[in-house]
Design a protein around this ligand. Structure first.
Ligand code: FAD
Length: 347
């Protein structure tokens, strides 16, 4: 549930001119609103998804994060709720469900962003906090998969409770697969883990715990198997067929399949905006986070520079540095006296 302050700002009759247009309402985009506000800059925040929170909200809302300074443990959605609350005093305008397709202009004249739905936003500077770009799951190549998607085949867990009393097949060998295999037995009737080889790509400690749970009979390991086919009717799964590389098949009776084969990154329209790119990332100056186009900054997972760490905490620091640099464009010639938040206060 989003705080009331969020809903209030989301419903504001959006002024379509702003100081900073932030592309991406992930954790880094949200914290950027706070940093911009502290420097007297207004923001419009656009996201292709119809919810704020980026990967945290869309991919792992109930998972605890352990490396946010000051929070020994915080669930991903709770972190997003706090960031939204922290940004609220600066009254950001949220344009959710708005994929930014076009970006033109320059630091002198200002920038124009256009959304896929044809809306325009004018901004003095732009902060690209677009994570992996338009991200989507890697989908297993199974016949008739579409009919089951969203009903009994899922690529993320939004609410663990949805799986209470259900028989679940988890496919994949990374952190998401292992973490949910550790967590879901607390609510599910049965959890089966399908992986093509004995070694997992998850954190070693998690993998150890998974094998311990399997030894206790809490999880059934189906190794070395791969997904082969789905059985069911009307989008409701009744079984998942798995096969070894040699073609030996097994039928797993199940209500849900959770397929965790990672995300495919697609920069989408961002690749057409004339920014210097390094594979699927935007190259930036690490001192200012400015891209190859003056006035356009990139922060968070999408930004790349030597030594880059793709962590939320790095993104927060990048946001602060980028917005200090952007301030020179938004308020040119205005003398800035650096102030701590304790001195300045918020709002
Ligand atoms: P994102 O969270 O990716 O948000 C980017 C947003 O931009 C998205 O909402 C997307 O829809 C939007 N967008 C993209 N293109 C456009 C466009 N053209 N128009 C409009 N909107 C657009 N990090 C940690 O620090 N600690 C952890 O413990 C941790 N655990 C993780 C566990 C899992 C399972 C996963 C998947 C990631 C984890 N991470 C962790 C990584 C962390 O989630 C990312 O580093 C973080 O989300 C990056 O934030 P961001 O704001 O840069 O981008």
């Amino acid at each position: 549930m989003l705080p009331a302050a969020f809903l209030e700002s989301a419903m504001t009759d959006a002024p379509l001119t702003t100081d900073i247009a932030i592309i991406g309402a992930g954790p880094v985009g949200l914290f950027s609103v706070f940093e911009a506000g502290m420097l007297d800059m207004r923001c419009v925040v656009l996201d292709a998804l119809d919810l704020a929170g980026g990967q945290c909200a869309a991919l792992y809302p109930e998972k605890p994060i352990y490396d946010i300074p000051g929070h020994p443990k915080i669930e991903a959605q709770a972190l997003i709720d706090r960031l939204v609350e922290q940004a609220a005093p600066f009254k950001p305008v949220y344009e959710l469900g708005s994929a930014v397709s076009g970006l033109t202009g320059d630091a002198g004249q200002g920038f124009t962003l256009t959304t896929a739905a044809g809306k325009s936003i004018r901004a003095k500077a732009v902060l690209v906090a677009a994570g992996c770009g338009a991200f989507g799951p890697n989908r297993p190549p199974l016949a008739g998969l579409e009919a089951y998607e969203g009903k009994s085949v899922h690529y993320l867990v939004k609410r663990r409770e949805d799986f209470r009393g259900k028989r679940i097949v988890i496919a994949g060998g990374g952190d998401s697969a292992v973490d949910w295999a550790l967590s879901l037995p607390e609510v599910a009737a049965k959890v089966m883990v399908v992986h093509r080889r004995p070694k997992f790509r998850a954190a070693p400690e998690s993998e150890k715990r998974l094998h311990a749970m399997a030894a206790e009979g809490k999880v059934e390991m189906v190794i070395p198997y791969q997904l082969d086919a789905l059985e069911g009717e009307g989008g409701n799964l009744s079984a998942v067929i798995v096969k070894t590389l040699e073609g030996q098949a097994k039928r797993l009776e199940a209500d849900h399949l959770l397929a965790f084969f990672g995300l495919s990154m697609n920069l989408g329209p961002i690749a057409q905006w004339g920014l210097n790119l390094d594979k699927n990332h935007i190259s930036v100056d690490p001192a200012t986070l400015q891209t190859s186009v003056p006035g356009i900054f990139a922060v968070g997972d999408i930004a790349n520079y030597p030594g880059k760490l793709k962590l939320i905490l790095s993104g927060f620091s990048e946001a602060a540095m980028a917005l200090h640099a952007a301030r020179e464009i938004v308020h040119p010639g205005k003398v800035h006296h650096f102030e701590y938040s304790t001195t300045r206060g918020v709002g």
